[in-house]
Design a protein around this ligand. Structure first.
Ligand code: FAQ
Length: 316
């Protein structure tokens, strides 16, 4: 079959709502886009453990420690499902790690910001997991089967994380004046970076048009960002917190909130490696890789020995 015919048949399958599976024919760009997006998503989950892991030894109560530990471990699990989904497209896990460790692969800009107070941990659950869910519910219906299926479980866990974070914020807001101030300060610092998580404006997003056509993305960056703002504004009201945007107001005609200008120069600075903690995050991942070498070697030696034993059994 000619390439144009294969491409047409492929697009027809997408338009009919069929899932694409790893062994199906797919355009090379579809495969590459998925490897890029899924591996970057996996890296985000793994690097995303660092800002919260920073507080595991300093939680205010035992109950909070149990919740935080569970959340951080969930993020590791999400990374593993996603690396496995990307591997079905023919890239090895070692190669994905190499791309992360050398700075070639991206991970979400949000994880390059510091967690300075305990309120930041609640705010990450509320805003960062909240933004992640809005983006990821859409991905449960993405056209590539392994990615869509991984996202179903991930979304269930992310919703628990969001609830947990918002409950922490409510507790602080119903506590002392200083606790409420901490929650407000965290919201002030995390609000704009959370809006940036959805990616550049649609007119500046090189990948959106093709990704929507292939149903990798079911909604654009701006549509998802607006959805997040509309939901979160109401949650901030419940907590009694003020969103740090003087231009934020309900627009009756649009049926959405209008909001102020996002500082896109900050976004690109962080994406290009020059955010507050990019260098520390990459160093932490590289150190973890180097320090874990003996574990990988031991695991490989064990599996090689097992394979030799199996061979011997077959031979006698
Ligand atoms: N940070 O053309 P687009 C989480 C890059 S998981 C860094 O719009 P696309 C869970 C983009 O890669 C959070 N880079 O790109 C958790 C592209 O560069 P490239 C992660 C960004 O792919 C919670 C360039 O800009 N979620 O939080 C960002 O169509 C708490 C042009 O952009 C996912 O990864 C950014 N924010 O749309 C864990 C979801 N935005 O690759 C721990 C899956 C854009 O061409 C604690 N990913 N870029 O060199 C997606 O849905 C999409 O990839 C978007 C970007 C929407 C992120």
């Amino acid at each position: 079959m000619k390439i144009e015919d294969l491409e047409k048949k492929f697009q027809d399958r997408i338009d009919a709502g069929e899932k694409i599976e790893p062994k199906d024919w797919m355009p090379e760009k579809y495969r590459k886009t998925h490897i890029r997006q899924i591996s970057q998503h996996a890296h985000s989950e793994i690097v995303g453990m660092l800002p919260e892991g920073n507080w595991v030894t300093r939680t205010p109560t035992l109950r909070r420690k149990v919740g935080l530990l569970a959340k951080v471990q969930d993020e590791a699990g999400h990374g593993l499902y996603l690396y496995s989904a990307a591997e079905t497209l023919g890239i090895s896990r070692d190669e994905m790690f190499r791309q992360l460790h050398t700075g070639k692969a991206k991970y979400s800009s949000i994880f390059n910001y510091p967690t300075m107070t305990w309120a930041d941990i609640g705010t990450i659950g509320w805003l960062v997991d909240g933004a992640a869910i809005i983006n990821q519910v859409m991905l449960t219906r993405t056209s590539f089967g392994p990615y869509a299926r991984a996202m179903v479980r991930i979304c269930k866990e992310e919703s628990f994380h969001q609830r947990q974070g918002f409950e922490m914020i409510l507790t602080l807001c119903n506590g002392t004046a200083i606790q409420k101030e901490m929650a407000q300060d965290a919201l002030n610092r995390w609000w704009w970076p959370s809006l940036m998580m959805f990616g550049p404006r649609d007119e500046e997003s090189p990948n959106t048009e093709q990704s929507v056509k292939w149903k990798i993305k079911r909604k654009t960056n701006d549509e998802l960002r607006q959805q997040f703002i509309d939901i979160t504004v109401e949650q901030a009201k419940v907590a009694g917190l003020t969103i740090p945007d003087p231009d934020l107001k309900w627009n009756e005609e649009r049926g959405h909130h209008d909001f102020g200008a996002i500082d896109w120069s900050e976004f690109w600075r962080v994406v290009k490696g020059n955010g507050p903690l990019n260098k520390e995050r990459l160093k932490a991942r590289n150190d973890a890789w180097d320090n874990g070498e003996w574990v990988r070697d031991a695991a490989m030696a064990h599996s090689e020995k097992q394979a030799q034993k199996e061979e011997l059994k077959k031979a006698v």
